[in-house]
Design a protein around this ligand. Structure first.
Ligand SMILES: [Zn+2]
Length: 143
C-alpha cells in the first residue's frame, strides 16, 4: 500500500485513541509508517537506508513478530501506553499490507507463508479503498 493509504487508515485508528492524548496518537501514526523502514524509497526507509540494504522489503519488518519486538522495546524504554500506541499503528500497517497481492508473513518465524489479498499497490482497487476509508473517517469525525 502507498504511504497515503497507510496514513489515512492510521488517522482512522488513531481517532479511537483521542482520550490517550496527542503523543499516543502520534505514536499510532508513527507506528503505521515503521514497517516500511525496509523499503529504501519509502518515507521512513529513505531516511534510514541501511535497514533496506540489510533486509528485503516485506520481510522481517513486515511481521507481527517485529511489531511485538519494536513495541516491547518501546514499553521497556517508556511505558505500556506508548508501546500499545506504537504497536497499534504498526498493526494497522500490517493489516493493510495483508490485503495486497504481495501479502505479509503473518506467522513468521513459524512459517514464511504469506497471507495475501486482492489489492495491487497503487492500483484502482487501492484508490477505492482509500476513498472508502476517507468516507468512513468523515462519518466518524462528523459524529
Ligand atoms: Zn508496507
Amino acid at each position: 500500500m502507498r504511504w497515503t493509504t497507510h496514513l489515512l487508515f492510521a488517522v482512522f485508528i488513531a481517532s479511537f485513541f483521542v482520550e490517550q492524548g496527542l503523543f499516543v496518537m502520534g505514536l499510532v501514526l508513527f507506528g503505521s509508517f515503521l514497517p516500511d523502514i525496509d523499503h529504501p524509497q519509502s518515507k521512513v526507509g529513505a531516511k534510514i537506508k541501511v535497514v533496506g540494504w540489510l533486509s528485503k522489503h516485506r520481510g522481517f519488518w513486515h511481521t507481527p513478530f517485529a511489531m511485538f519486538v519494536v513495541s516491547g522495546v518501546v514499553v521497556v524504554l517508556t511505558n505500556v501506553k506508548m508501546g500499545i500506541g506504537l504497536g497499534v499503528g504498526y498493526a494497522s500497517h500490517l493489516v493493510l499490507d495483508t490485503l495486497t497481492i504481495k501479502g505479509v508473513m503473518l506467522f513468521y518465524p513459524f512459517t514464511r507463508k504469506r497471507i495475501t489479498g486482492p489489492i495491487e499497490t497503487g492500483s484502482i482497487s487501492e484508490g477505492l479503498l482509500f476513498v472508502l476509508l476517507f468516507i468512513i473517517l468523515l462519518i466518524i469525525l462528523w459524529n
